[in-house]
Design a protein around this ligand. Sequence first.
Ligand SMILES: *Cc1c(COP(=O)(O)O)cnc(C)c1O
Length: 439
Amino acid sequence: MSIESRSTGKSGSNAASFERAQRVIPGGVNSPVRAFRAVGGTPRFIARAQGAYMWDVEGQRYIDYIGSWGPMILGHGHPAVLEAVQKAATQGFSFGAPTDAEVELAEAIIAQVPSVQQVRLVSSGTEAAMSALRLARGATGRARIIKFEGCYHGHADALLVKAGSGLATFGFPTSAGVPPEVVQHTLVLEYNNVAQLEEAFATHGPQIACAMIEPIAGNMNFVRASVPFMTRLRELCTQHGAMLVFDEVMTGFRVALGGAQSVYAKLIPGFVPDMSVFGKVIGGGMPLAAFGGSRDVMGQLAPLGPVYQAGTLSGNPVATACGLATLREISRPGFFDALAARTRSLTEGLAAAGSDAGVPLTTDSEGGMFGFFFADHLPQNYPAVLATDKERFNRFFHAMLDRGVYLAPALYEAGFVSAAHTADDIAATVEAARSALRS
Ligand SMILES: *Cc1c(COP(=O)(O)O)cnc(C)c1O
């Protein structure tokens, strides 16, 4: 192999990288959505990133609205975060023994999320959601769980379930390799459907360990749980002794410092979930996630209690330093107001571009997370998301990519704005959208 073909500079090509990758990695990617299957075309192989931008191996620059699917809330290569990571790396990569930095990160999370008194750190959102589920089952002594169609909680077997026909039935596996027995306790309900919720609790209430939900669902683009739905979900969980588990892997420290639960607490007096799951932003781009709840519930975990959970790299010092430095920056006064305003300027710009082009385009955002749909109204559940114009989305995605704007390569994903996105970046994005919608 020649020296040139190994370089990752401008001499590379996305097509060549993809072809080489497909020989040794299934589909050429380490997480399926990266393969561009939904939108077609060649995935961009990223060489580097700085601030709001990423450059691919061909030297093409993109304004980045994925931000590693949420973690890069400060943009890429924030100096304070970089310094913290470099310092931690020189002090040791991993010890398999406790450190003060883990305690500091736990304290930083708890300080912003009143429903959480204790947290355990893990390495991925999947691991955190899977562990929270085990803990909910262990703490309640019950087996059944409720999840909502269109919500993603990582790829633990019990959570890889799609709705059965007619819904409000026990689901069947979404993935090969998951035996039906493994998901027989998972009840899949339609998002924002109060009647189904009532029915499910009326029928199975005493067996339900927990209901897990993405409060603002970012894995079906951007769909908010309605206030009546969330209110009723909280009431029914409490009435039936089931735990309400908020999967805030995406929304935590992203839609607000206190996560989506702080948004709902403003709308529903006294609202708190029983357990919360975090990831993405709390690692600042490093593999780090967490789950937490009351001291009582968390005390059921080993070594204090009977629910086993462990991890060689849990609380990894380099990841922890990255997360801590990120949380420190986003906790500064005014950070979220500025981020939310910038994000709104993007969604308002996109909506205006749509209406000027005579294309139905609706948008929504909270904090630094946004969604847009080629539809007249914001969808309220997964079937409604599926009914939006996918062909138009795919054409728009590629037209934007050609214009140097990197949106999520699937209609089912939320978008993310970082503190590094300037007013000029937003204006350039809206201009690109106008041109893309014309074409
Ligand atoms: C990303 C995500 C997960 C899974 O996290 P990984 O770190 O990819 O395992 C779980 N839940 C939600 C809501 C997510 O967005």
